[in-house]
Design a protein around this ligand. Structure first.
Ligand SMILES: *[C@@H]1O[C@H](CO)[C@@H](O)[C@H](O)[C@H]1NC(C)=O
Ligand SMILES: *[C@@H]1O[C@H](CO)[C@@H](O)[C@H](O)[C@H]1NC(C)=O
Ligand SMILES: *[C@@H]1O[C@H](CO)[C@@H](O)[C@H](O)[C@H]1NC(C)=O
Ligand SMILES: *[C@@H]1O[C@H](CO)[C@@H](O)[C@H](O)[C@H]1NC(C)=O
Ligand SMILES: *[C@@H]1O[C@H](CO)[C@@H](O)[C@H](O)[C@H]1NC(C)=O
Ligand SMILES: *[C@@H]1O[C@H](CO)[C@@H](O)[C@H](O)[C@H]1NC(C)=O
Ligand SMILES: *[C@@H]1O[C@H](CO)[C@@H](O)[C@H](O)[C@H]1NC(C)=O
Ligand SMILES: *[C@@H]1O[C@H](CO)[C@@H](O)[C@H](O)[C@H]1NC(C)=O
Length: 504
């Protein structure tokens, strides 16, 4: 116990004795804590305790890297070491000052506490980089943008779309100068700007920004297929030549779109269209079925098919029928009238309406035309003075109006029309009267017949033995039927019949 205490005391005495002669104190490193890159700044390293008549070397290093010397100073009589440094980005970090006796390896080197240095490099040369495997970005895909800088550290990024901060949503993710927009739609198109910012000493702010226009392309929608016919009359032979113009059209989709026309499963033609529509010319023979046509539209990696339509054009054929119905207002007056025009056949008919042989256009003061090709055309009329006259319709092929087929003609005015309900009433009344008369006759005949049959019944039953059972059943059913008619027709007749049966 005493022995160890003695050793400690001895050691302390030895130390304090040596400190005045050959012991280095801990150097003190001073300097700015935040600097701009390329600036020249001075670091000071001061040694308060040092041995006399020894050259002391003070060196500046980054913590943990003694290979790279950042600054050096030889101090003889404890003067403060001043080490100027041209700041580079790699200077950032924990710096330390190492003191050691130059020619005396017996003296242990000492190290200062670390001093943290932040090096700020102003941002420069921002650029938005669109990162994608393909050139185009289609809806549903992920948009990935990167904000690339030529210089700058300690940077914070901001993303703007058309001048507005990119919204925070589960579809948007921004980190480390990257922006991700998931499940894009065409509404994500626009000018994307990245704003890179850093600052020095809280007062100097550096920004660099850049923008790029990004277009999210629409995938093509299901195309529509339609067909028109073109007639070409050859001037030499004076013969008619027909061809079909097949139109494929998508309502959505960013061009270019590749349209293909199929005849059944066989490719007829394809074209790369800069619009959302294209036409194919297909040879045609009227009245013949030449296959089934189908459009295919493709952009991005989406392929859509239209419905199939038959390549068969039947010319218009008669008869052309015109009929009508009407609406009745108050006082049983006809107020609105609808004419219908229909041709017996024809794939691409064109309907025309005429009043007093003058053509009625799509709409006028008292009418308008509703076409429902190819089935029919409807002419809607409001009944008045101006709508009086003779009506008819004509149907021709939409591609060849030379051979028009005319319908029956019908004269109509307010008086004619308003007589119509009277006529209907007359017909209904007439029918009713007729029915009453018919029923009465039936009753009378039935009653008389039954009387006679009842009188003859005994004789008939004798005869029936000789006749087949089937015939007997038949007669019986006839008998029952008669009874039913009578029952239904009049109450008194029923009473009569029940009387008869009770008599039986
Ligand atoms: C240091 O050197 C000076 C003269 O050069 C001398 O006078 C002095 O005694 C020396 N000190 C020690 C501790 O050696
Ligand atoms: C220290 O040693 C170097 C050679 O290692 C020599 O040139 C220098 O003169 C010496 N300085 C002192 C003070 O002894
Ligand atoms: C940093 O700002 C402080 C005041 O906020 C100022 O005293 C100091 O000089 C500035 N340093 C530099 C290097 O500009
Ligand atoms: C982008 O930088 C330009 C100068 O390069 C500046 O005029 C503009 O205000 C900046 N825009 C934004 C949003 O920071
Ligand atoms: C019809 O026209 C096509 C070209 O448009 C031509 O090749 C063909 O020979 C013509 N047919 C007739 C019968 O004129
Ligand atoms: C379509 O294909 C059928 C056979 O599948 C053929 O008979 C017809 O001529 C073709 N039509 C056209 C327009 O090529
Ligand atoms: C059509 O002709 C009839 C006479 O036939 C005439 O009463 C009517 O006003 C004419 N209608 C029109 C619209 O010209
Ligand atoms: C037939 O149609 C052509 C244009 O499609 C038109 O110029 C011509 O007047 C029409 N002829 C008849 C009789 O309607």
């Amino acid at each position: 116990m005493f022995a160890s205490l003695f050793v400690v005391i001895l050691g302390l005495c030895f130390c304090s004795k040596q400190s005045s002669q050959s012991v280095l104190g801990r150097p003190e490193l001073r300097g700015p804590s935040e600097v701009l890159v390329r600036e020249v700044v001075e670091f000071q390293c001061e040694l308060k305790i040092y041995p006399e008549n020894e050259t002391i070397l003070l060196q500046l290093f980054k913590e943990g890297n003694r290979d790279k010397l950042l600054g050096e100073y030889s101090s003889l009589n404890g003067e403060v070491a001043i080490m100027p440094v041209v700041i580079k980005p790699f200077h950032e970090g924990n710096l330390e000052c190492v003191a050691k006796a130059q020619n005396n390896s017996k003296i242990e080197p000492t190290v200062s506490y670390t001093h943290y240095l932040k090096v700020v490099e102003p941002v420069k040369g921002a650029e938005v980089v669109f990162q994608s495997d393909s050139v185009d970005l289609f809806e549903g895909q992920t948009l990935e943008l990167h904000c690339q800088l030529t210089a700058g550290n300690h940077v914070s990024y901001k993303w703007l779309l058309n001048g507005q901060l990119v919204p925070q949503s589960p579809r948007h993710y921004a980190a480390n100068g990257n922006l991700f927009v998931y499940s894009t739609t065409s509404q994500d198109s626009g000018s994307y700007m990245c704003v890179a910012t850093n600052h020095f000493n809280k007062t100097n702010i550096f920004t660099s920004n850049s923008s790029d226009v990004i277009t999210v392309k629409d995938l093509v929608s299901i195309p529509n297929i339609s067909l028109t016919v073109i007639k070409v009359t050859s001037p030499l032979t004076d013969s008619d030549n027909y061809s079909a113009e097949v139109t494929c059209q998508s309502s959505k989709g960013t061009p270019p779109i590749i349209f293909s026309l199929y005849n059944g499963t066989e490719l007829f033609a394809n074209v790369r269209a800069e619009e959302r529509t294209t036409t194919f010319k297909v040879p045609l023979v009227l009245g013949q079925h030449l296959g089934w046509l189908q459009c295919q539209a493709e952009n991005g990696d989406r392929i859509e098919f239209s419905q199939r339509i038959p390549l068969e054009v039947v010319p218009v054929g008669g008869p052309v029928m015109m009929h009508y119905d009407y609406d009745i207002g108050e006082n049983y007056a006809v107020i609105g009238l609808r004419f219908y025009c229909e041709a017996a056949k024809g794939s691409l008919p064109r309907y025309q309406w005429f009043l007093n042989k003058t053509l009625l256009h799509d709409r006028g003061s008292f009418y308008y035309v509703v076409n429902k090709p190819p089935e029919q055309s409807i002419l809607l009329l409001s009944v008045g003075r101006s709508s009086a006259g003779t009506y008819h319709c004509e149907v021709s092929d939409s591609f060849d109006n030379i051979t028009a087929i005319t319908s029956n003609r019908l004269y109509l005015d307010k008086e004619v029309l308003n007589r119509l309900p009277n006529l209907v009433v007359a017909v209904v009344f007439g029918c009713f009267t007729f029915l009453v008369v018919l029923v009465s006759i039936c009753c009378c005949v039935g009653a008389i017949f039954r009387r006679r049959q009842y009188g003859e019944k005994s004789m008939l039953s004798l005869e029936m033995k000789g006749i087949s059972a089937y015939k007997g059943e038949l007669d019986l059913s006839e008998y029952n039927e008669d009874a039913e008619i009578v029952n239904m027709a009049r109450g008194d007749a029923f009473d009569q019949a029940s009387q008869v049966s009770s008599d039986e």
